[in-house]
Design a protein around this ligand. Sequence first.
Ligand code: HEM
Length: 203
Amino acid sequence: MRGPASPAWTGRARDRYICPVDPGELLDLLKRRTGFTEAHAALLRELGEVMVPIAHEVALAFYDYLGRDPELGAILHAEPGRVERLYRTFARWYGELFSGVYDRAYAERRRRIGLVHARLGIGPRAMIPAMGIVQELSLEHMRMALRGHEVYSAVEAFEKLVAMEVALIEESYLEALSLGLSLGHRDLTQALKEGASALLSRA
Ligand code: HEM
């Protein structure tokens, strides 16, 4: 089997293998792999009627959860006004989960969210549990707000979307990390931050 050092893995082909960076293509791949269809998109848009009104409440619970973690809490409070700004940006992100439109522009916004966190050194060990909290809060509300037979299909559509959200963010981390390493940073956190910073400044 060919290893990464083999000539066939060098240059553009290898970069593309590590991170298929075109967000639109990546989203199409993720839709196929999760089995996400237009019917799921339409269902999520309908669900918006009961989910979007709780966006602010989810944001409050979310940042309360993050604030209880000393390391993450310190990041949140590192700049005056940051948490207040985050309440708004998070609520907008949450509302978009139920927009029903999951296209290239949506994938590009998710890539940017990943890069913003990567630039701050907020890696998968913080993001993935945080996404778990979003799921927990959302599923609890679906269970309360929907009729029994509606819950299963709502959860199915929501979980597929969350899987795509996580993948889009994680792929942007890989993109940032591989750029940071190629720029010569040997420390992984530094490579992640610098790679993300370079990608955001190109955007
Ligand atoms: C489900 C996981 C998360 C979601 C959906 C989320 C959502 C967002 C969004 C939408 C933004 C604005 C991005 C932009 O400027 O374009 C943002 C920024 C930010 N997030 Fe998160 N976030 C998550 C996890 C976390 C975690 C775990 C932390 C840890 C402390 C965190 C801290 C921050 C900080 C510090 C910013 C920059 C705020 C600023 O100064 O403007 N986020 N987040």
